[in-house]
Design a protein around this ligand. Sequence first.
Ligand code: NDP
Length: 446
Amino acid sequence: MAFDYDLFVIGAGSGGVRAARVSAAYGAKVAIAEEYRVGGTCVIRGCVPKKLLVYGAHFAEDLADARRFGWDVPDCDFSWPTLRDNVLAEVDRLNAAYTTTLDSHKVEVILERAEVAGPSSVRLASGKTVTAGKILIATGARPQLPDFPGVEHGITSNEAFHLPALPKRVLIAGGGYIANEFAGIFHEFGCEVTVLNRTDVILRGYDEQIRDRLLQISMAKGIQFRFNAAFKAIEKQADGSLKVQLTNGAEMDVDCVMYAIGRVPNTEGLGLEAVGVELSNGAVKVDADNRSSVETIFAVGDVTNRVQLTPVAIREGQAFADTFFGGKPTQVDYGCIPSAVFSHPPIGAVGLTESQAKQKYGAVRVYTSDFRPMKNVLAGRNERALYKMVCEAASNRVVGLHMIGPESAEIAQVAAVAVKAGLTKDAFDQTVALHPTMAEELVLMK
Ligand code: NDP
């Protein structure tokens, strides 16, 4: 049977674009549908604009520290509209670059919503139905919203990039990646920030000592935390501010509420259940080849809710293309995926936390380095970095590395190569320190 396309991808984010482009390069006839903007969450309203805001925010500390390094820094003003518009212009540039890449690989870009109409057919919003040998669902995820009266008065990270003005007082719901990253960003811009979480744990899944250090530093900077708290209602006041009522009876007056309580896969209204695609908690259930319960329908990225990280979605898209159009069967290796939280200061980590390693191996050895980076000492910034190495006791193999401090994310990417390669603590110790750096602590740990 002849199909209109060999591959039809729904969703032009990181995973979808990679799968489409590589499959086309292997000679497949490919179309990709996108209802919003080519680039997806990471490029349009996630990692990229967020990281640019993190850079922008960090100047607040850099400018203050510069005075201790002899620079005569006059009182500086920060213009949110300038940064916001420059960031959004960069997003536009990347959106165009992604589209150009797809065009140059002869991928047909269809800028409208698409839904699955059958195991090998897709219906476009315009009403047209097309057929494809394989359909790839790469529709990503969206911010989860809580449910209480007045929830509509809050925003999510999607809207944070477009704020007309910075809020004086901001309340961030959640204690995960987005909450901690935006808490740092808003705080550095001079907003009064409160983080509110349903439990007393921030960054669940990260090493306990590292999380505690971030909490301690964040509180010392002036970010407030309210734990074991939940919303009862939000009312908009005549002056535009928001009156927030919590279930414990407490009330707060703020100018902005931002929800960062996780992301839910975009599977609604895609026609998936009707054709027999099995979902699990709203995510497309796939096997190690990214195949759903329907032979011809596949899924990659956040919509599968495996590991919600861009580089993982890209790997999945690449593996899908290699396997089904490149003749190179490939499965993604999910071991030792490094991750970072771009908080102030950032966290970088790879491998198992101390408690995960204890559960897996029983006996572990833990080495730590708790130090004040040289730059912080001269700057008079009382912020200590913490590095932690977790080793399997029997072999002394490093099974986890966790860091909080300046440039931790950059260091974690390099260190992840050693952890992924299964190197032992001895291999780290045998490596001569590169002095003076912060990363040298990794080879000097006691
Ligand atoms: P996270 O999963 O990181 O954190 C969710 C937070 O919300 C947790 O503190 C959790 O509390 C709380 N929570 C979960 N469900 C509810 C609920 N129903 N009501 C109230 N609170 C709730 O989510 P984010 O939104 O911060 O980020 C989404 C995903 O995006 C991340 O998991 C990550 O994969 C990705 N991301 C990655 C980044 C990076 O790599 N630097 C940056 C930003 C996002 P508790 O744990 O106490 O139960």
